[in-house]
Design a protein around this ligand. Structure first.
Ligand SMILES: [Zn+2]
Length: 451
């Protein structure tokens, strides 16, 4: 199959840790398999050399040479996948007070590494990083490849391909500005050369930048067509930052694989229908808008934070805060409209750390808990083009698994509680989780690293 051949050379897969050797029987589980099927109590999964080889009942114990792991009735689900993160966000981070010694250039990579560990600890086994500062993301991935620490499987776009635009001045080392068809084609090739797993393009301005406007499209149809053509020709997928409808329409028409944000799509049911018909993916990234609107950890935009703390004062400019509030209303309408149109959605937190907040916010916007969990697993796997390996608990898939205390369909907020993230399994190997920690609350990620 061509898709399998293409994805096998993705740098993110080449950087995987070694799979756990031998056979492991994960038994006595309530299985939520990521397909959207009803949960199944009394389930068991046989893992061999890092892959799922069978999904069975607790009574079907395999004959010999198997290590048994009794999950005690806990819920087993696929490792979560975040299709839109910025692991190196909040740059420069930390922001020292005046008078404090300057931050050394290498410090930031250590902080990003700590973020990667914190993300994995919360059950997210794969992330797609859609824009980082300089080379930090590939450096962190390389460090994981050589066993420095465990984090999620990390797909990167390299530099974001953008027409020359204000954002290029706001985010140092994040953009490859390209203008005209030939330059755009070269920019795509540069990202592949660099080790990108997909290509990200700014079809519209970003409303995290006061000088950018989401209208009109930032690039021409010809530029986007060449970008998509070159990426696809070489077997890579394309993710497009889409805010305004003109750029979103271009992205849909020119065959972009994943629409990032896309908050106004409820106004264009025809575009949603086209995405649904083609099996393309919408990544709504509600949390990005919560963040700019200063809503803290709230799940319902109008309510107090579920985390108990008051939302922090907005730190963005008043104009951007006001726009984010409007855009959040639009984005929530779009989640409902996309659901009705049958568009596959993926989970994209757009920050890092408490990624499952996005899942709760998608539920608040109109998905059922089961639909949101499918978005955070199978939907995200499709966004990454890795649905043949990831996203469901089925024979043949990689054994990236999550075991939680309780039922996330009844109580999805448990996904935010490190004590209830009981075990995270990477390629068959128990990697992190409360079960492996003597004092889970002490070992939880420091708050500073969760945003
Ligand atoms: Zn983003």
């Amino acid at each position: 199959m061509v898709a399998a051949l293409v994805s096998a050379r993705l740098p993110a897969l080449l950087a995987d840790p070694p799979p756990a050797p031998g056979r492991r029987w994960l038994t006595n589980a309530r299985l939520v398999d990521g397909t959207g099927a009803a949960p199944r109590d009394g389930s068991a999964v046989l893992v061999e050399d890092g892959r799922i080889v069978a999904v069975a009942g607790t009574g079907d114990v395999p004959s010999a040479d198997v290590e048994v792991l009794d999950l005690g009735g806990r819920t087993l689900l696929p490792g979560l996948i975040d299709a839109h993160v910025h692991l190196s966000s909040s740059y420069p981070h930390p922001q020292p007070a005046e008078g404090v010694e300057p931050i050394y250039p290498g410090t930031h990579a250590h902080i990003v590494a700590a973020s990667a560990r914190a993300v994995l600890r919360m059950g997210v086994t794969t992330v797609r990083d859609v824009g980082g500062f300089g080379d930090i993301i590939v450096e962190v991935r390389q460090a994981m490849r050589y066993g420095a620490f465990r984090g999620p499987r990390l797909l990167t776009c390299g530099r974001i391909v953008s027409p020359t635009a204000p954002g290029g001045r706001f985010f140092p080392g994040m953009y490859r500005e390209a203008d005209g068809a030939d330059d755009v084609r070269r920019a795509v090739r540069e990202q592949i050369r660099y080790g990108a797993d997909f290509v990200k393009v700014m079809t519209t301005g970003a409303r995290s930048v006061e000088l950018e406007d989401p209208h009109p499209a930032q690039l021409t149809r010809e530029e986007l067509r060449v970008l998509v053509e070159e990426a696809h020709r070489q077997g890579y997928r394309v993710a497009a930052h889409c805010e305004g409808l003109a750029g979103t329409e271009l992205a849909v028409e020119e065959g972009v694989d994943t629409i990032e944000h896309g908050m106004y799509l409820a106004q264009r049911p025809d575009l949603l229908e086209r995405l649904a018909a083609d099996g393309r993916i919408l990544v709504p990234t509600l949390s990005c808008l919560y963040g700019v609107a200063g809503l803290g950890e709230a799940v319902q935009p109008g309510s107090a934070s579920t985390g108990g703390a008051e939302p922090p004062a907005p730190t963005w400019t008043p104009l951007l805060v006001e726009l984010a509030e409007h855009n959040l209303e639009q984005a929530r309408l779009t989640v409902r409209a996309a659901r009705e149109a049958g568009v596959t959605m993926a989970m994209g937190f757009d920050w890092k750390g408490r990624n499952a907040l996005e899942l709760l916010r998608m539920i608040d916007a109109g998905l059922t808990a089961r639909e949101a969990l499918v978005a955070a697993t199978a939907g995200s796997a499709r966004a990454l083009g890795l649905e043949d390996r990831l996203g469901t608990v089925e024979p043949g898939k990689l054994a990236d698994l999550l075991v939680v205390d309780g039922d996330p369909l009844e109580e999805p907020e448990l996904l935010l509680d490190p004590d209830r993230i009981w075990l995270v399994v990477q390629l068959g190997a128990p990697a992190v989780g409360a079960a492996l920690e003597r004092s889970p609350s002490v070992a939880a990620a420091p708050a500073a690293l969760t945003r």
